[in-house]
Design a binder for this molecule. Structure first.
Ligand SMILES: *Cc1c(COP(=O)(O)O)cnc(C)c1O
Length: 475
């Protein structure tokens, strides 16, 4: 393992020497001053550069190679949008500037909101939430506020299918709802009978994503939303992965009342590594008055902030993650309606191309075509050879490919979920297919090789059980 920057520290070494200070120095009152110097690493510039360059080489990102992590949309994001977000006119804005001096920023927030409403089929939107799960929390808070405001506090049950993303039940619980789990059909769809049995006077809402977490579009969606609406509940769309339908189908037209999006999956902000994200929440007009503040409105070319009448309050400081909005805005403007549609079509095409090429080798538990991602099950292979989904994933690493999502959704055993995205070329997909077929052969003929993988990485196989049972969370 490499040393930490703190271990490379030598007292007195410096990467930067500041010029002599030209103004008189003032000391802080003693009660605010440190009693000992801050424990900062002291290294020379060359050591600093090498340290971080070497670290960056150990990491793997979408700029290094194929990254088909399902339910994550690890697509390549145009660098020009980063350049736009780095323009000093934006990065130097102070969040407390007067509205009159921040008209450009407000205009972008306003226009992005309108575009996202158009894309989702919603009437109003808040850009504030900082991530998908935060969007879910905000969206369910809107639903909670609406129910309380209309004398429907007895509606406390939130219906979540067993195939849902783990954040769904978590966000529901954080909002005080009771979760009602309903099973999926063997095809991964909502079980309509189970749904009809689950809805009633106590139903607050159904939380759903379509395409679902196995990458398939639920054709019963209108009947599903009608079933919930007829019972007096609302319908929430988890739109974290809009990559299959943007420009083609709209949650608003499918009967959804609230939707969250992940700018850091679909709309040009890199994803992973914990950087700033954004999870806007759109809603139908009857929920608009509960949206978090501030929203932006326009009057005669002048933009102002306002707080909706029955706002749930603030969910994020200042404007939210403004530079993420900017990248999304550039992305949408550059692609336009037809470009967004084409991106979705290519994402679906690429996923189906890989699916069909692998169908004869690997077990695909569902018939027919997929949307932007597909799931395979390695259950049979594991029984036959002892090679699990995890072993195949480790084998991919040695072949320069980031593993797909493993063991999700839970309804598929030994699941591997691939999302190639629209930005990958046919050659990249062909190579991934070839590698997957080669790994299958290895599983059959020389499984021990795969148990040892990966052998090309700085860390091989960490002891996952020990890491969970005895986590060492600080240095
Ligand atoms: C990624 C994802 C989320 C959560 O988004 P975060 O930004 O990671 O909080 C929610 N639902 C689905 C379907 C997702 O894929």
């Amino acid at each position: 393992m490499s040393e930490l920057i703190f271990e490379k520290s030598h007292e007195g070494r410096r990467a930067v020497y500041f010029p002599e200070c030209g103004v008189e120095s003032v000391s802080l009152p003693e009660k605010y001053a440190r009693t000992s110097p801050a424990p900062l690493p002291e290294v020379a510039e060359v050591d600093l550069v090498r340290h971080y360059t070497n670290l960056s080489r150990k990491a793997y990102g979408v700029d290094n190679g194929f990254y088909p992590l399902g339910s994550c949309t690890m697509k390549y994001n145009p660098k020009i949008n980063e350049a736009a977000a780095a323009l000093p006119g934006f990065t130097h804005m102070h969040p407390q500037l007067d509205e009159a001096d921040a008209q450009g920023c407000l205009e972008i927030m306003y226009k992005l909101s309108r575009s996202l409403c158009e894309i989702t089929g919603m009437d109003a939107i808040t850009l504030q939430p900082a991530a998908g799960a935060h969007g879910e929390f905000t969206g369910l808070s809107l639903i909670g506020a609406y129910l309380r405001d209309n004398g429907m506090s007895a509606r406390t049950k939130l219906i979540v299918p067993d195939s849902a993303h783990g954040t769904n039940p978590a966000s529901a619980a954080m909002n005080g709802f009771t979760i009602v789990n309903i099973p999926s059909t063997p095809d991964g769809f909502v079980d309509l009978d189970a749904l009809k049995n689950a809805v009633g006077d106590d139903t607050a809402a159904l939380m759903l994503t379509n395409p679902n977490t196995v990458g398939r579009f639920d054709r019963n969606i209108l009947e599903i939303s009608k079933t919930v609406h007829d019972a007096g509940g609302l319908v929430y769309y988890d739109g974290a992965n809009l990559n299959a339908i943007m420009g083609i189908a709209r949650p608003g037209d499918m009967g959804f009342d609230v939707v969250h999006l992940n700018m850091h999956k679909t709309f040009s902000t890199p994803h992973g590594g914990g950087g700033p994200g954004s999870g806007p929440v759109g809603c139908k007009s009857f929920l608009e008055k509960y949206l978090p503040s501030p929203l932006v409105c326009e009057d005669n070319g002048k933009y102002t902030f306002f707080t909706p009448e029955k706002s749930i309050g603030k969910v994020q400081s200042f404007y939210g993650n403004f530079l993420v909005y900017l990248k999304a805005y550039c992305y949408i403007r550059v692609l336009g309606g037809t470009g967004l549609k084409q991106a979705s079509e290519n994402a679906v095409l690429n996923a189906n191309y890989m699916l069909e090429k692998l169908r004869d080798t690997y077990d695909i538990p569902f018939e027919g075509s997929c949307m932007h991602e597909f799931v395979m099950s390695l259950d049979k292979l594991k029984h036959e050879t002892g090679i699990s989904a995890s072993d195949i994933a480790k084998g991919l690493i040695d072949n320069g490919i980031h593993p797909p999502t493993m063991y999700f959704p839970l309804i598929v055993h030994e699941a591997l979920m691939f999302e190639p995205t629209e930005t990958e070329s046919r050659e990249t997909l062909d190579n991934a297919v070839e590698v997957m077929k080669k790994l299958y052969e290895t599983a059959k003929t020389a499984p021990d090789t795969l148990h040892a993988a990966p052998v090309t990485t700085p860390v091989g196989r960490p002891d996952e059980t020990a890491a969970v049972r005895n986590p060492i969370l600080k240095y």
